[in-house]
Design a protein around this ligand. Structure first.
Ligand code: CO8
Length: 274
């Protein structure tokens, strides 16, 4: 692949968009390669994904403006669908996906981060939906996901004004869960960059998630996602069904038996994903 790198570290898969010279902007090839990468994730061994961008300047600076500039109406719709299909695949991917936002997350970059379950960022991150300044709407789910993630009023303000926001404001409005800065020693020398701290935190969180019972984690993702799309009575039925399903797993039997076993010397074994 030219624009996607995929590395597996333990039970965590790291997907890196590697189109650094264009600030990791999403052209059709990047979207196709991302789609193929997701199709090839080994769900028997990988239990959480981290998505990031190459370099220390940009996560994803949007959809490719050059590619979009000459599209016709039907080509525009097709490009929107291509992005939406991949982003929806990420959003509904069976295992959790953490976006490690290491710089610009503009337009399609903000939108792809919102298709992930959790967003963490470095302190140089910039979020925004600049599309109306280019004569288009946020077409990779931005009008829908930003309104659901923050609030309709805040989403409308950001989208209508096309104003970019920095990491601290993204944190304040709940768009990101945490912001990471560089670490320094007593003399003020940088001992770890913001991006290194971001990736370390994302990997730590992903590894922590990967240690929990995988079927239970997957069912939580499904319950939250599907429940948010329906009324509360139906949502609770979704939850009950996914809760009940856990009682058919070895991991539930082992997890509860381990808790109830009073032998304090015992060591907890990894969950088996069955
Ligand atoms: N598309 C294509 N190329 C890009 C993009 C992009 N979105 N962003 C940056 N690049 C390229 C630049 O053209 C430049 O290339 P080159 O070196 O060949 O000239 C290279 O990346 C480096 O960029 P800059 O020189 O501009 O770097 P700066 O540090 O000066 O600026 C910015 C960084 C502020 C991020 C600036 O690059 C910028 O404003 N980029 C565009 C941001 C933007 O508007 N993003 C939204 C795009 S629209 C979108 O995402 C719509 C999504 C929905 C699509 C629906 C389809 C129907």
């Amino acid at each position: 692949m030219e624009y996607i790198a995929y590395d597996v570290k333990g039970a965590v898969g790291v997907i890196t968009i590697t189109r650094e010279r264009a600030l990791n902007a999403l052209n059709s090839q990047v979207l196709d390669e991302l789609n193929e990468t997701l199709d090839n994730v080994d769900l028997d061994t990988v239990r959480c994904l981290v998505l990031t961008g190459a370099g220390s300047k940009s996560f994803v600076a949007g959809a490719d403006i050059g590619e979009m500039s000459t599209l016709t109406k039907s080509e525009g719709e097709a490009f929107g669908k291509k992005g939406n299909d991949v982003f929806r695949k990420l959003e509904t991917f069976p295992i959790p996906v953490i976006a490690a936002v290491n710089g610009f997350a503009l337009g399609g970059g903000c939108e792809i981060s919102m298709s992930c379950d959790i967003r963490l960022c470095s302190d140089n991150a910039v979020f925004g939906q600049p599309e109306v300044g280019l004569g288009i709407t946020p077409g990779f789910g931005g009008t829908q996901r930003l309104a659901r993630l923050v609030s309709p009023g805040m989403a409308k303000q950001l989208i209508y004004t096309a104003r970019n926001i920095k990491a601290d404001e993204a944190y304040r409005i709940g768009l990101v869960n945490a912001v990471y800065s560089a670490s320094k020693d007593e003399e003020g020398n940088v001992t770890a960059t913001a991006q290194e701290n971001l990736m370390a935190a994302a990997m730590k969180m992903a590894s922590g998630i990967a240690k929990n019972a995988p079927i239970a984690v997957r069912n939580c993702k499904k319950a939250i996602n599907e429940g948010l799309e329906v009324d509360m009575d139906s949502a609770l039925v979704v939850e009950e069904k996914l809760f009940g399903d856990c009682f058919e797993t070895e991991d539930q039997r082992y997890g509860m038996a381990f808790f109830l076993d009073k032998n304090k010397e015992k060591v907890k074994e990894p969950f088996k994903n069955r």
